[in-house]
Ligand binder design. Structure first.
Ligand code: ZN
Ligand code: ZN
Length: 404
């Protein structure tokens, strides 16, 4: 650590150790960062509380990372290796009624790999994970409980043809992207709802250009349509998928990347290269609010703890705090050299995650993670990570450890 992060947390550790001696139950806070590399097949695990590297886990190819809702598992989607690798985060929470317990072990590879051609979009819904393999047009669906036990029981859901698609598990049904009927290499045409025997329920729902999906509360949004997005919700039996049309008067644009609010029900999406859009799925005729960015967007993340904030990183090297209730940028801080959005879409660029009271931004060209205090929005140190740290997810929280 280059700055005060290490010192502050050394003090926190001393206080925590003191507490152990006087009480049988100890309140423990643990946050871990899982960081993939842009060029190397590895996941680096960082203790975000004391700013140390815990371990480096070998995988097969550079990966995109996803964490489960529970935080117990992390998945490394390695498109070029045709593999989705399951990791245990080593952090688990157990509800004890009046308090929660935290259980901490080393992060590790679970020995479970889901393989196929070109894995791409990875979704969790209703306690099920769905890894979509573009090269086959097939999703492989499995549960966290199975993954944690070992070789996972995998259910396959087949779309009409190989394409860049997605499947969202929805109880006894699946929402399945429908490829362009004339040319499956073009963006999908919409979605269909299938039961677990593969039988279609009702009519398909059109969304030409379908791309991007996220969950917030009990709703799932699917993006990319020419005139809005789709919102999926539970019905009396099968799920219901309905279009949510762009608010009147918006300039031309599409929402093709989505993230879902935690604590507040909303979606945040891209809208052109230098705007983001706040989507209130209950506001019907005024569901979409645009926020202009100073330069083009690189990445964004929602704050699961301070629910009214989200963060956007732009190509000029700034991290912006967005108040999603006001619909405005409320703070900005310069963290890195510029990362132009010109060049290849897969060039190394920063990614954002939130861990407790810190926001973390990867800086692949400087081999560093930047820490920002989420309350003051000031720099809170940085950590060197070998290679080109790129994708990042965080897992953690606070709980008690005690003899039960
Ligand atoms: Zn307990
Ligand atoms: Zn995609």
């Amino acid at each position: 650590m280059k700055t005060s992060l290490a010192t502050t947390n050394a003090l926190a550790l001393v206080l925590a150790l003191t507490a152990t001696n006087v009480a049988s139950a100890e309140e423990v806070t643990a946050w871990r960062l899982f960081v993939s590399d842009h060029a190397e097949p590895k996941v680096t695990v960082v203790d975000a509380v004391d700013g140390t590297t815990l371990e480096t886990l070998p995988i097969k190819a550079p990966a995109s990372l996803y964490r489960s809702d529970s935080g117990r598992t992390v998945f490394a989607v390695q498109g070029s290796a045709g593999t989705v690798t399951a990791l245990s985060s080593g952090i688990a929470f157990e509800d004890h009624g009046d308090h929660g317990d935290i259980d901490i072990e080393a992060a590790k590879l679970l020995g479970v790999e889901i393989t196929g051609e070109k894995p791409s979009h990875f979704v969790e819904h209703d306690g099920q994970f769905a890894a979509f393999f573009d090269g086959e047009g097939i999703a492989r669906i499995f549960s966290e409980r199975d993954v944690l036990k070992g070789p996972a029981d995998v259910r396959e859901v087949k779309s009409s043809a190989p394409h860049h698609g997605v499947v969202i598990p929805f109880g006894n049904y699946d929402i399945v992207s429908e490829p362009n009927p004339d040319d499956s290499s073009k963006p999908p045409a919409g979605v269909r709802i299938l039961d677990h025997d593969g039988k279609q329920i009702g009519d398909g729902v059109e969304c030409v250009g379908l791309h991007g999906e996220a969950a917030s509360g009990n709703l799932v949004a699917l993006g990319g349509c020419a005139d809005g997005i789709l919102i999926a919700r539970s019905g009396s039996d099968a799920p219901v998928v309905e279009p949510l049309s762009f608010t009147e008067g918006l300039p031309d644009g599409r929402v093709s990347t989505l993230i879902g609010g935690r604590g507040l029900q909303y979606f945040l999406g891209n809208y052109g290269t230098d705007r983001i859009v706040l989507i209130d799925p209950t506001a019907h005729s005024a569901a979409f609010r645009l926020i202009d960015l100073p330069t083009r967007r690189v990445h964004f993340a929602v704050d699961p703890i301070r629910a009214k904030f989200a963060y956007v990183f732009t190509e000029d090297g700034q991290l912006h705090q967005v108040d999603v209730v006001r619909g405005a940028i409320t703070n900005s801080i310069k963290l890195t050299e510029p990362y132009s959005m010109d060049g290849h879409w897969s060039d190394p660029r920063p990614r954002v995650a939130v861990a407790g009271h810190r926001i973390i931004v990867t800086d692949p060209l400087k081999s560093a993670l930047h820490f920002v205090d989420a309350e003051s929005f000031q720099k809170a140190g940085e950590l060197a990570v070998e290679g080109k740290p790129s994708n990042i997810v965080s897992v953690g929280g606070s709980g008690e450890t005690h003899e039960d």
